[in-house]
Ligand binder design. Structure first.
Ligand SMILES: Cc1cc2nc3c(=O)[nH]c(=O)nc-3n(C[C@H](O)[C@H](O)[C@H](O)COP(=O)(O)OP(=O)(O)OC[C@H]3O[C@@H](n4cnc5c(N)ncnc54)[C@H](O)[C@@H]3O)c2cc1C
Length: 599
């Protein structure tokens, strides 16, 4: 019966003439700085932007007021990230004065120097509305030269700076913690060149990913990366976070596709590494330092990227599996049987599906019943007939082997789009469901779902544990959804989730970065020697530490903990737990406390 269904479906596979034009379930377009100058704001919500989802509660319900008066801040991570880490504003940083404003206005013009409190609201708060800074100044440079002048000045005045792109980051890296100056690249949004023979695109860093997608589409090319936030995120932000997304399986990470970039260092020096060569072995390849550096080493101003040609045949299948082992075996089978045409292999569990069905408008289950696991497979190739035959053979074989319990193949672009909407809409559905603790883990594929189940056992009925992600890349998005943030729930999640990941030789940040959320968690995934070297690089490129303070390694460096970290925080061991300590210290606050008491 089911086989018939499959064969019937397979016969009906449509040869899509282009990649499905997925209705973009993008992050709300509230990060487009071109709009900052013309926001119409009333009270705390801004008309003219899509900043709030209509259903969401007012800001004050989600965020506890911060203790600015005392100069200390209980970072929102008290509820969703690390254990209560109390961060003090670093007194070495200057505060903005009227001379500073005059300097920036002379440099950038009035409309690119934003001080209006309402207009600053969007730039001060992240997409998840968990992290909220109190910056009094948003700058919108239009050229590398302007970025250079801004940083040179800020460095000389010791003004802290947060580089910002589309503000869709999920770890609190893109917004200030205190009153840092926000430098948003959105006005630098020009395509500079495109070589139609090599497919090499050179653009300014503030180009929105989706506008690059549209530009390339007209030339018969695609971007090598694609993510649910494409309607708002910027290529400079993508590079600075080393964003992974939905095509990494096929085209590799940005370390593979970015051929060159231009970055402005903290002292204003412009580092021209904007090569367009595939091969260049003359010395260290410094651009890689900036890919994934989350705005801590410099501001990326231009990017040169290799783009693949758009292929004519795209097929999308949405499959149900009875257990996680079948998903794994299906992945192996897909790699073997679909090989060169496999372009995405995403998975979600029944809780993720349930959230999507209940919280996303217009989303419906393409299968007649609910299942434990779902896999979305996309193939992209150049030969429609052979691609279709390959997919059919794979589906029939997988069905016969019992790996798939049901499934559908999109028959037209709309169907493909609705299937993608389920997967891409999960972050939004989670936001709509209430409070969410988000973890982005790289774990060996065979172990990926163990952490979801262990977390479920641990939390019982107090929270809903949701697993989905880029299975083809070994990347799990583990989300714990509750009606509201609750310290008791958080205490059960952390440090357990980090210890578990470290024990299984995973990474506590597969693609989202460390940001503020995991600023002090790097040791779970990196050796002290590696972190020490990173700190040296930071000290070399940004000796005053003005770039994106309080995040990544910054606090460890500020407190001069790097050298001592191995002794204090724990002993690095190769097996079975990479990071072991008799006195497990789960947060930077603990490290500092420990240091102080040791002195
Ligand atoms: C719905 C949704 C889906 C998502 N899906 C994915 C996904 O599949 N894969 C994935 O990897 N991420 C995903 N993300 C996370 C996010 O979109 C990415 O991290 C993205 O690359 C951030 O780009 P941005 O322009 O919004 O950067 P921002 O959020 O503005 O900034 C992110 C970090 O980069 C720094 N930065 C930004 N621009 C620059 C610059 N020009 N120079 C130097 N530093 C800079 C900031 O300081 C910050 O530390 C998703 C987010 C959402 C909301």
């Amino acid at each position: 019966m089911k086989m018939d269904r499959w064969r019937a479906s397979a016969r009906r596979i449509l040869k899509l003439s282009s990649r499905p034009d997925r209705a973009p379930r993008s992050a709300p377009d509230r990060g487009n700085p071109a709009r900052y100058g013309s926001l119409h704001c009333s009270g705390r919500s801004c008309r003219g932007t899509q900043f709030y989802f209509g259903h969401q509660q007012p800001l004050s319900v989600h965020l506890r007021e911060r203790e600015f008066a005392s100069g200390a801040s209980f970072i929102q991570s008290r509820w969703f990230g690390s254990m209560a880490t109390k961060i003090q504003r670093n007194p070495k940083f200057a505060t903005i004065n009227s001379d500073d404003i005059r300097y920036f206005t002379d440099l950038l013009g009035d409309k690119n120097v934003i001080q209006d409190e309402d207009a600053l609201l969007a730039a001060n708060m992240d997409w998840m509305r968990k992290y909220k800074g109190s910056s009094k100044l948003l700058l919108l440079p239009r050229s590398t030269e302007e970025v250079s002048q801004i940083l040179k000045y800020c460095n000389s005045r010791c003004l802290a700076v947060v580089p910002q792109g589309g503000n869709t980051g999920l770890v609190g890296g893109s917004v200030p913690v205190f009153d840092e100056v926000i430098v948003n690249l959105g006005s630098m949004n020009k395509v500079l060149s495109f070589d139609e023979v090599s497919g090499i695109l050179v653009s300014e860093a503030g180009c929105i990913l989706e506008s690059l997608v549209n530009f390339l589409d007209s030339k018969g090319f695609i971007m090598p990366l694609d993510l649910g936030a494409k309607g708002s995120c910027q290529i400079g932000g993508n590079v600075s976070t080393n964003a992974g997304g939905l095509r990494l399986l096929r085209y590799g990470s940005l370390h593979a596709n970015v051929l060159g970039l231009e970055a402005v260092l903290a002292n204003g020096d412009v580092l021209d590494m904007l090569g367009t060569l595939r091969k260049d072995n003359t010395g260290y390849d410094l651009k890689h330092l900036f890919i994934g550096s989350e705005g801590s080493l410099g501001i990326v101003t231009k990017v040169s990227i290799l783009t693949p040609p758009k292929l004519s045949s795209v097929n999308v299948a949405f499959l149900a599996c009875t257990d996680y082992l079948s998903c794994q075996k299906l992945l192996l089978e897909a790699r073997r049987k679909l090989g060169e045409v496999l372009s995405a292999f995403e998975f979600l569990d029944e809780q993720a599906m349930d959230l999507a069905l209940n919280h996303l408008e217009g989303v419906r289950n393409p299968l007649p019943a609910l299942h434990k696991f779902y896999v979305l497979i996309e193939t992209t190739g150049s030969d429609e007939r052979s691609d279709r035959e390959k997919l059919e053979a794979f589906l029939v074989h997988s069905m016969e082997e019992g790996l798939i319990s049901d499934g559908v193949v999109a028959q037209d672009i709309q169907q493909a789009s609705s299937v993608w909407n389920i997967r891409e809409g999960i972050p939004e559905a989670l936001m709509k469901a209430g409070a969410v603790y988000k973890y982005d883990l790289s774990i060996p594929v065979e172990k990926i779902y163990d952490i979801v189940e262990e977390m479920r056992n641990k939390l019982g009925h107090s929270a809903r544990v949701v697993g989905y992600g880029h299975l083809g890349d070994g990347n799990l998005h583990l989300n714990i959804s509750c009606p509201q943030y609750d310290d008791a729930v958080l205490a059960q999640i952390e440090p357990f989730v980090y210890e578990w990941t470290s024990k299984h030789r995973g990474s506590i940040s597969a693609e989202h970065g460390l940001g503020l959320m995991k600023a002090d968690k790097i040791f779970y995934s990196k050796s002290p020697a590696a972190v020490q070297l990173m700190a040296s690089v930071k000290n070399l490129l940004d000796p005053n530490h003005i770039l994106n303070p309080y995040k990544q390694l910054q606090e460890l460096i500020e407190h001069n903990l790097m050298v001592k970290s191995n002794a204090i925080v724990g002993k690095w061991s190769s097996s079975p737990c990479r990071y072991q300590s008799e006195h497990w210290l789960s947060s930077l606050g603990d490290v500092i406390q420990h240091l102080i008491s040791a002195i």
